[in-house]
Design a protein around this ligand. Structure first.
Ligand code: LLP
Length: 381
């Protein structure tokens, strides 16, 4: 976890995101080491954080890029990822985005509907190309995570449902500008119970059997991302347990000779290296509670407001006796609250507050609501 001295932090105007590149490197080395044991390929999900210094580290550690928009594909290419290391997913790829990705010659489109296959085929035909695709299948596996970040249930908008597959295969026979190279899954995010991934493996094995029974050999199995991190004790587990995660897939996924397994990790790679640093503007005594009002709010980090998610909050400036505070931001919304009844050392105007584990889905989800300035990113080696 980011361990910085106060004097260094005080040099920067708040609020800002502080990134610990040293911890990022340790995390990436661990992930790379564990994945390499089984020859697994990891694509970094840019949606978690697409800041260039982080992307540089991803590339230097040999990860590919998992993109969900044309601009993410552009960012990956601008940051030196080879097109053949890029996959492009998403339920709503626009024609412009597809054309751009075709022009770049990316490795694979993860396709999410039969209608998308039709459009991709037409666009590839216009360019005289054959687009490589993986079918994103909705495996109907419960990720046991927050409902807003569950993606692999039939009620979700993502992927092709099992009962549609027969029809989609028949459709693929007619699409001459599409080459099926694999299947893709992603069941949700912030998954901390590894048995969920075991259930995913069981479903993937069943789908493999189904494809074999239809005489289709798949080269690539992409199991998506989703590995969770410890938001409660970032200091105890700054680097996620990649060893158990990859070993589980090795144990339970049944592969055919020559098949490659791909992963799309986002959060697990970058969450712990980022901290949102903010300053206390005011202390206000409410009827039942004290409010610590920060200069950062849901515009900088929306996760608590959107998913009621927990982020550890620390006062870096005070070592006094502890008092409970509702830690809130300046935005005109009652949901603009980072934590209720948080125990903090007695807090005063000007104290620096650290909101931990904010490297993933933090800065990328920031907004200009209330016409706020964008928080800067500061990188620490
Ligand atoms: N692959 C696909 C197709 C995805 O949709 C996602 C994330 C990932 C990979 C990366 O998942 P990860 O390894 O990061 O769990 N904003 C939410 C998380 C949304 C995740 C969306 N999809 C949050 O702040 O918790």
């Amino acid at each position: 976890m980011l361990d910085l001295n106060l004097a260094e932090l005080q040099q920067h105007p708040t609020p800002f995101y502080a990134y610990d590149l040293n911890l990022l490197r340790q995390t990436l080395q661990a992930a790379k080491h564990e994945a390499a044991k089984y020859d697994y390929h990891v694509h970094y999900a840019l949606k978690a954080n697409s800041n260039a210094p982080l992307l540089d580290q991803m590339r230097e550690h040999g990860f590919g890029a998992d993109c969900v928009s044309g601009n993410e594909v552009k960012a990956a290419i601008a940051n030196g990822f080879a097109p053949e290391e890029i996959v492009f997913a998403g339920v709503g790829k626009s024609d412009e985005e597809i054309n751009y990705a075709l022009d770049q010659g990316i490795f694979c489109f993860n396709c999410e509907s039969s209608h998308e296959l039709e459009v991709l085929n037409d666009l590839a035909e216009q360019k005289g190309q054959v687009a490589r695709i993986a079918l994103r299948i909705n495996p109907n596996v419960n990720a046991n995570t927050h409902k807003y970040i569950t993606t692999g249930l039939e009620e979700n908008k993502f992927g092709i449902n099992a009962w549609e597959l027969e029809r989609v295969l028949a459709q693929l026979q007619t699409l001459r500008h599409i080459e099926l190279i694999g299947i893709h899954f992603h069941i949700g995010s912030q998954i901390t119970d590894l048995t969920v991934f075991r259930n995913l493996c069981t479903r993937v094995n069943e789908f493999q059997e189904w494809f074999l029974a239809h005489n289709i050999q798949l080269q690539h199995i992409n199991v998506g991302g989703g590995l969770g991190v410890d938001y409660y004790h970032p200091e105890q587990q700054p680097v996620p347990d990649f060893e158990s995660y990859f070993a589980l897939f090795h144990k339970f996924l049944e592969l055919r000779p020559g098949q490659e397994v791909h992963f799309e990790l986002g959060r697990a790679l970058v969450a712990q290296c980022g901290t949102l640093i903010s300053k206390v503007l005011y202390i206000k005594n409410g009827q039942n509670t004290n409010f610590a009002i920060l200069d950062a709010g849901m515009t900088e980090l929306i996760r608590p407001a959107l998913y009621q998610s927990y982020h550890k909050i620390e006062n870096l400036s005070s070592a006094k006796a502890e008092v409970r505070y509702d830690v809130v931001g300046p935005i005109c919304e009652s949901s603009d609250c980072f934590g209720k009844a948080v125990l903090l050392p007695e807090t005063n105007r000007g104290d620096l507050i650290a909101i931990r584990t904010a490297g993933a889905y933090g800065e990328v989800m920031s907004s200009a609501y209330n016409l706020r300035d964008k928080a800067k990113a500061v990188y620490f080696q």
